[in-house]
Design a protein around this ligand. Structure first.
Ligand SMILES: CSC[C@H]1O[C@@H](n2cnc3c(O)ncnc32)[C@H](O)[C@@H]1O
Ligand SMILES: [Zn+2]
Length: 439
């Protein structure tokens, strides 16, 4: 029986599948059927297939959609509200007061939409979100067509939208139930940090996460001060405390990890945890440096995240990946650390693995979801091209992002959002900015 026609055949100059590592396929086609990758073949062979739509992509590099493995989407509306401060001053004196005053469902709706649009324009097909009103964030993800891990935020003190941790967990459980069949949304737990969540709440989360086979996403070892204060208070390092409470495992996503001693590294390896490295937020808040090369050599899965726009101040994962590649060399004292191909892997497949989506997305392989980005490398600043991946990571900005498909649906076409109104998003963000600045 003849095969059903492809829905879409993409014909780029370069195809970078990410798995197998280091491969660049020249003049190949990628076929999509029913939202999944159905064909990868040399151009001449690919052209023998019938396809409803054929898209020539000259000078384009086709790669898996980028995965932003840590952020606080709605914080786009607090972009630039408090710059050039250390973490605790930033949080206690500026961000938490602003969130207490402004964050409601409308804020999360408009801020999340703005973040989604910025991320789509930056080639991000999937992101992780840790913020208040996760049900509203999930609704925005559903409408926009992107993929996301939405975490249920848990803190020991009252927060916007959920009066206490018990209520936050109750809301969260409802969300797990409502969205368990959703094709693009995965719910996880988001205990904020070891210094804001008590042992009993963490144990409760461990039990629920085991029952639901869910991820646990948490800021951990963000600064040396966090570790020193935990030593003074509990007599143990935060990661060791989390291990004692049974939270560590392959579904645990430790965000930041700028402080890693030998025992910490042994725990990360033993429990097969993922790390989400946020180099630009760590640089801006002067939080510290995650030792990426050391983790990589030890076989730990390291993904990349932007963190929120109030500490970064953009959601540009391509730029973040370049920063990660450069910083890894400085921290390791070795120019061979984190080459361009490994950096792209961190921003794609490692992100998918961290979020529990490694068998579904993060690489261009037959049967995987068609989450695909096309970067246009035809510009002056990208010439000449010896290695297109080097050019992408070290010499390109997000203005090169041309098209994005998520599950085979096109969300960005020639740099334009297909499902969202950019001028409306800008107008709404300006309204919020004016309101917040005036008070
Ligand atoms: C539980 S909702 C998220 C909560 O986290 C705050 N936040 C944003 N960035 C960071 C960071 O780098 N470290 C710690 N906490 C952060 C955000 O403002 C929300 O209150
Ligand atoms: Zn964060």
């Amino acid at each position: 029986m003849p095969e059903a026609p492809l829905d879409l055949l993409l014909l780029p100059t370069w195809l970078v599948p990410v798995e197998p590592a280091g491969v660049v396929l020249r003049d190949h086609g990628l076929g999509i059927r029913d939202g999944r990758i159905a064909l990868i073949a040399p151009r001449s062979e690919a052209l023998r297939y019938t396809a409803t739509e054929v898209r020539e992509l000259p000078h384009c590099l086709l790669a898996p959609g980028l995965i932003n493995a840590h952020g606080h989407a709605a914080m786009t509306l607090l972009r630039g509200i408090a710059d050039d401060l250390p973490l605790m001053t930033w949080l206690h004196e500026h961000i938490w007061p602003a969130e207490g005053k402004w964050v409601d469902e409308d804020f999360v709706r408009d801020g999340t939409d703005l973040a989604i649009a910025e991320q789509i324009k930056g080639g991000i097909s999937c992101f992780s979100d840790m913020y208040f009103y996760p049900q509203t964030a999930a609704e925005r993800v559903h409408n926009a067509g992107v993929r996301a891990q939405i975490t249920v935020p848990v803190l020991d003190f009252p927060v916007p939208g959920a009066l206490n941790a018990a209520e936050a967990l109750r809301t969260g459980l409802q969300l797990f139930d409502d969205l368990k069949q959703h094709p693009r949304i995965r719910i996880a737990f988001g205990p904020h940090a070891p210094y804001t969540v008590s042992d009993d709440k963490l144990e409760q989360i461990r039990v629920l996460a085991d029952e639901l086979d869910a991820g646990i996403h948490m800021h951990v070892h963000e600064t040396a001060q966090e570790v020193a204060e935990a030593m003074a208070k509990h007599g143990e390092r935060p990661l060791a405390r989390l291990a004692r409470l049974g939270l560590l495992g392959p579904r645990f996503q430790a965000v930041h990890m700028t402080q890693i001693d030998d025992e910490d590294l042994a725990l990360l390896v033993e429990y097969n945890c993922s790390i989400v490295h946020c180099p630009e937020s760590n640089l801006k808040l002067a939080s510290g440096f995650c030792p990426v090369e050391r983790l990589w050599q030890a076989g730990v899965n390291v993904a990349i995240g932007t963190d929120g726009a109030a500490s970064n101040n953009d959601l540009d994962l391509l730029g973040e990946t370049r920063t990660a590649a450069l910083l890894a060399k400085a921290v390791a004292g070795s120019a061979t650390a984190l080459n361009a191909h490994s950096a792209l892997r961190m921003a794609t497949l490692n992100g998918a693995r961290a979020l529990g989506l490694g068998t579904q997305t993060g690489s261009l392989e037959l049967g995987k979801l068609a989450d695909v980005v096309a970067f246009d490398l035809s510009g002056l600043a990208q010439q000449p091209i010896y290695d297109p991946v080097s050019q992408l990571i070290y010499a390109s900005g997000r203005d090169c992002v041309k098209h994005l498909w998520v599950g085979g649906k096109q969300l960005l076409d020639d740099g334009r959002l297909t499902r969202m109104d950019e001028s409306e998003l800008i107008a709404k963000a300006r309204e919020w900015g004016a309101r917040i600045a005036s008070k």
